[in-house]
Design a protein around this ligand. Sequence first.
Ligand code: SF4
Ligand code: SF4
Length: 138
Amino acid sequence: MPSPPDPAASSLAPASPAPEAPAEGRGDQDSPASWDCQACGACCRNLDVNQASGVRYWVEIAAADKILTRQDLVRKLVTYDRARVPHLRMTHDGTCEALRGTIGGRVTCSIYHQRPSPCRRVMPGDDTCVRSRAACGL
Ligand code: SF4
Ligand code: SF4
């Protein structure tokens, strides 16, 4: 994991926490591409290096993301930075408020079908995934 805060990561995002993605059919479990997101969730947590430097926003929500059309979800899960850019709300330890379960254990995304676009981009084994897992000791 990089030591300096990563501005790109702070607005980039968590994975496709694929918390709901099927685990089967992913092939070799030793291969990063086969990691089971439902037994991980690491990319749903802001990196410590970001938090330590005061960067508390992790998942930026795009204007076209469906979650913004759901007022109930906006009230519960969306927060805005000083520029009024929407982001997912994080808990005190930097974990997305929508994540259910314990990182590294069984997890699921409670808004899987409405999750923002950055969440859909991260793939098991990519840079964000590997960095997020390392930050969580996985
Ligand atoms: S860090 Fe990787 S394995 Fe873990 S939930 Fe995100 S994409 Fe899946
Ligand atoms: S919305 Fe879902 S996939 Fe995105 S960070 Fe939160 S728990 Fe993870």
